[in-house]
Structure formats: C-alpha cells, structure tokens
Design a protein around this ligand. Structure first.
Ligand code: AMP
Length: 605
C-alpha cells in the first residue's frame, strides 16, 4: 500500500497528516499528488465531493510553495463561502508545521477591508469565491501576476451558479505560465468548454467513474400523488428513527415551506437557503454538523460546502432541474466507507426524470413502497426496546425509590408490565398511525418494471403465482430489498409483482403467473446470494395470510387501506423520532441528537 511518504511529501506535511489521522492516501490523492509534484502539465480531475480532493490538490502545492516569498502563488476558486472557508482551514491544518506559509479565504458577505488588510501582509495561498476574488482584483488589492497554480474546485457548481463571467475575468489576469488544476464531479458541456479554453493539454485523472454515483449509495424512489408528497416525507423520517439527512428542495421557498411544516409537526429540522443571513446559515450548519439537528432542508447551493460525512439518507423532495445536481446530492451520503440511501419522491408524471439520472449514475433506482403505519410503529418500537436495553441505570439514586415502586406494581405480571411501559411511550404513536392511509400512487407501484404503463386494474389472486423464498427479516430482508432482488434477476420486462409477505426466516412474494417458469429458472439458474445466504425459491400453494388483499407490492402485513384526502395529516399531537416538540411522545433514539437528550424539551417523558 502506498504511503503519503512514498508520494514524496516532506516530513512537516507528513506530521500534519498524522496529526489529522490521515493514514493512507485516497484514490484521488494517489493519482494527483505525484502528478502535480512531478509535472507542470495542467490537470483535469473527475472527483466527487468527499473523495479527499482538497488534500489531493493542496498537498503537492504546499510541498512546492516558496515560503520565503510573500507573493500570492496559488489561488483556489470555490463556488461557495462555506467551501472556501473549509478548504482554507484544511490547508492551514496541512501547513501547520511549515514555517511562513499563509493561507487566506476571501468571500462575500464579510468585511472586504479585513480581507484587504490580511492580504497586504502577504499571503501565498488564496481560497476565494469568484465574486469576491473579482472584486479584490478590480480594487487592485489582489495581484495574481506571479501565480504558479490556479485551482478550479467544483467547476461544475461554479458554472451552475452562474460564475462563468467571473472565471473568465480572473483567468484573464493570471500569467500564461502557470499550472491549472480543474476538479469537477460532473462534466457537462459548460465544464468541458472551460477545460478546453483554459487547460493546456491536460492530464486526465479520475477517482471513480466519470459522473457515476458512489457504490455505497443505493437509489430508491417512491411514487406519490402531489398532495401526498409531504406525508410521504414524514413517513420516511418516521420509519428511520436514526435518520440524519438532508432533504433537497429546488427553490428557497419550497425549502422554507417544507422546513416550516416539519418544524410545526415537531421534527428536529431546520432550513438552509440563500434568503437566510450568513449568521443564520452558519448557525444552522453548525447545529447540523454537531447533530443537534437531525434533518436539514436545503437548496442545492446552500448545502454546498457542508462537510458532513455520515448522512444516512439524502432525500430529493423534488428532483433537481439539472440532472447533474442529483449526483452532487446523492454523493453527500455513502461516504467514508459507509452505506447511504438516496431517495427520490416523485409523482407519476415525474417518473420520466429518473431514466436520464440512471444513465448518468450508472445505477437503477429501486421502486420502494412508502412505509405503512405498521412498519413505522414496528421500527419505532424496536428502537424503544433497544433504548431500554441500553439505558444505564443509576443504581445509587434509584434504589431508594424502588421499594415503593415494587409495592405499587406488585399485582402486575411481567407481560402486563412491559405492555404498560411501552404504551406510555407509544399510545399516541399507535393512534396516529392506526388506519394510516396507503400513500403509494397505487397505479405506479404494482410493476416490478416501473416503466410499465400498463393497465391500472389490480391483478387478481388467480393471475399471480405465489413463491416461497428462504430469506426473511433475520437476513435484513424488507419489501424494497426483495423487489430489488427480483429486479436483479431480470426475469422479464413489465412483470407484475403482487403481495409480499416478509416473515422472520422466510418470505412469500407473488409474480405474474405467466412468468412462473422464467422466475424459477432465474432463481435456480444462477447462484443467487443474499447477505451471504444462498437464495432458494419455490412455488407454494400456501394462501395469503390475514385479510384478502389486492396485488399491491406492499408488505403482506397491511390491512386494506382507504385513500386519504389529506395525505395523513396528524390527528394527534404525536411526535415521533427526530421530533422535538414538547407534548410529543418523544424520541427513544439512542443517537446523540441533542433534542433527544434534553429532558426539558420532552415534557411528557
Ligand atoms: P474532501 O473531499 O477533500 O472534502 O475530503 C473529505 C473528507 O475526507 C474530509 O473530512 C477530509 O478531512 C477527509 N480525508 C481526506 N483525505 C483523507 C485521508 N487520506 N485519510 C483520511 N481522511 C481523509
């Protein structure tokens, strides 16, 4: 395994990397560092956010910077203030053992005089947003005539944000003899044209496939009618008690509206968009970073520069206008070796937007049913039980009270006691989701192939074959994963899926009778594996359990639902996990989210 030392970095830089806990170089670092150290050739790099690209471009520059000269030798242009600040702070860390190297971030929304004062003291490395950089050049406060390196970071985002003119102006005042490094996660034609105009015979490097999403991210979509979009969002939050997520919206207005509704419904959420003051944005980002906030509702632009590595979910409340933005959004989860889920909530009309994204990311979206009330209650209950198991008992404090408590409860047996304690936390929850309507846009949820626009009549039982499969909840199977597994077998196009019943160690699913043989040979033909288990599928004559149900691709544990007019508006003051409003049952999450740990905010507990 190649080390940072073998890449040719000096001992002061190596020490700083050790201080930061960087042990081995990432893929983009392995490729970029030796290249920039050994050659003056321009560089065009495909790199997603979170791949370690900041160190990839700044370490070889730090290795070569002339600390004895106070001239500006390197400028890094970044799309947002937050990203500029983050890059500058990373470089300051990398150079902390290098004497005389100074780095400064320059960006709008902060005093230009302060920045000028610092510039006048001599700064070798500038990290700037395009607007403020142009401003400083126009005021003749920033001189780039001795520049050796120009880095365009997140070039696609800079162009998305309309900084083309600023980039042209900055590039025009830099010397011809310099090395230009362009980093971008996507390469739409605008970025290619910048690369063509400003890079001289660049070397191309790539960390991961061009424009592709990371392998750690699974992409799911839910089909809802427009009026149920928000209710679906809430269910996604409720079925994932430990959710730590960014919900992306297209406009500032939509962002604020969704955040307001979530806050009003007691979720631990807040908004991040350009209409907020810088101080407000800083405060929201800080709360999200330190996990006091569990859900951040944000525009694409405002969320840039937010360096959070462990998001569990990225939710596209609405898909972005530009499909490249989807890669940026989904790339915010599944980082640092963790798995992540990117969810798109779409109406049947918007489904057509998924195909081009699938082509771009090189992966298919999995059609996923919106969680039922029962699934949500089950997940939340299990979370509560986990919390009971994990809770530390303060023996000394509680001992004094125990005798009178035992005395009061002496007539209750174990089962009754458990039921009652769980109900304290859970009654409002159960009531809220009792008779919760099915939010799936049912016409869209029946086909394994979601692009099928075939007739909308439910398939009757007699048109379906029921299959037994030897995996279940214990193998971490759920309806979405089972649909994914069936999809993976590529049995036939447009095949319909009926009821799914997931049990502990095995499950049942129904597929169109006409494809019985194909299904059997698809599962028998290849060695199908799921979570390390060999999958075995058989045709079964076992009848559906429970009440008669139609052929929706939902869990078999659902009773018949009537469609809701209002998309599941709260009937009670229920508040689930990730919610913080007083008067709510509160969270049983054992995560470190601030609101869950503040008993004062949870009056009913
Ligand atoms: P970046 O893509 O530069 O924003 O980096 C993403 C995250 O990975 C940041 O939190 C970095 O501090 C971290 N990081 C970058 N390179 C390494 C490395 N070689 N080892 C460990 N962490 C790293």
């Amino acid at each position: 395994m190649t080390t940072f030392k073998e890449l040719g970095l000096n001992s002061q830089i190596l020490q700083a990397l050790t201080d930061l806990g960087y042990e081995t170089p990432t893929e983009i670092q392995l490729k970029a560092i030796p290249q920039v150290l050994s050659s003056k050739q321009d560089l065009k790099a495909f790199a997603q956010t979170g791949t370690g690209k900041t160190a990839a471009f700044s370490l070889p520059i730090l290795e070569q910077i002339d600390a004895d000269s106070s001239e500006t030798q390197a400028i890094i242009l970044s799309p947002t203030r937050e990203l500029a600040m983050q890059i500058a702070s990373n470089i300051t860390e990398f150079s902390k053992h290098l004497k005389g190297v100074k780095t400064l971030a320059v960006y709008g929304g902060a005093s230009i005089q302060d920045q000028v004062r610092k510039l006048n003291k001599g700064v070798q490395i500038i990290v700037g947003t395009p607007g403020r950089t142009v401003d400083l050049i126009n005021r003749k406060q920033l001189k780039l005539s001795n520049l050796k390196w120009l880095i365009l970071d997140e070039a696609d985002e800079m162009l998305n944000m309309g900084f083309k003119d600023e980039l042209d102006k900055i590039l025009a005042v830099t010397p011809k003899e310099k090395q230009t490094l362009l980093f971008s996660a996507t390469f739409p034609k605008e970025v290619e044209s910048i690369a063509k105009n400003y890079l001289k015979k660049p070397v191309e490097i790539s960390a991961g496939e061009k424009n592709k999403g990371t392998d750690q991210v699974s992409h799911q979509y839910y089909v809802v009618s427009e009026r149920n979009r928000y209710a679906a969002l809430k269910r996604i939050a409720d079925v994932n008690p430990d959710i730590y997520s960014i919900i992306f919206c297209r406009t500032r207005r939509e962002t604020q509206e969704v955040a307001d509704k979530l806050i009003g419904d007691g979720y631990n959420a807040d908004a991040l968009h350009g209409d907020l003051s810088q101080a407000q944005r800083d405060s929201v980002m800080e709360k999200f970073r330190n996990k006091t906030l569990q859900i951040l509702v944000a525009t694409d632009v405002a969320a840039r520069g937010l360096d959070v590595t462990d998001l569990t979910h990225v939710i596209n409340h609405k898909l972005p206008d530009q499909i490249e933005s989807y890669t940026h959004r989904s790339g915010r989860t599944g980082r640092a070796g963790k798995e992540g889920i990117s969810i798109a909530i779409v109406t049947s009309r918007e489904k057509g937007k998924l195909r081009p994204i699938e082509r771009l990311i090189g992966k298919n979206f999995i059609s996923t049913p919106i969680p039922t009330g029962k699934e949500i209650c089950q997940n939340q209950l299990l979370k509560l039980i986990d919390k009971v198991q994990d809770i530390k008992v303060n023996e000394t404090e509680i001992n004094d009270f125990l005798p009178s408590i035992y005395e009061k409860l002496k007539d209750l047996d174990r089962e009754e006691l458990i039921k009652k304690f769980v109900s304290i936390e859970f009654n409002t929850f159960l009531t809220y989701y009792q008779n919760a309507p099915d939010l799936n846009d049912s016409e869209q949820m029946r086909g394994v192939d979601r692009n099928s626009d075939r007739g909308s009549k439910r398939r009757d039982d007699e048109n379906m074959t029921r299959f037994f499969i030897n995996i279940g909840k214990k193998d971490k199977l759920n309806p979405a994963r089972l649909i994914g597994l069936i999809n993976d077998q590529r049995i036939a196009k447009n095949i319909e899926i009926g009821q799914i019943e997931i049990l502990d160690t095995f499950s049942f699913f129904e597929l169109d009778k006409n494809y019985e043989k194909e299904t059997m040979s698809a599962f028998q033909g290849s060695d199908v594996d799921f979570e390390g288990r060999n999958v075995n599928v058989e045709i079964t004559t076992k009848q559906r359990t429970g009440q008669a149900r139609g052929g929706s691709s939902r869990g078999g544990d659902r009773g018949p639902r009537k469609r809701s007019g209002d998309g599941g508006k709260p009937k009670s003051d229920f508040s689930g996990f990730g919610r913080k409003r007083s008067g709510a049952p509160g969270s049983t999450s054992k995560s470190s989210f601030g609101s869950d740990q503040n008993p004062k905010r949870r009056k009913r507990i």
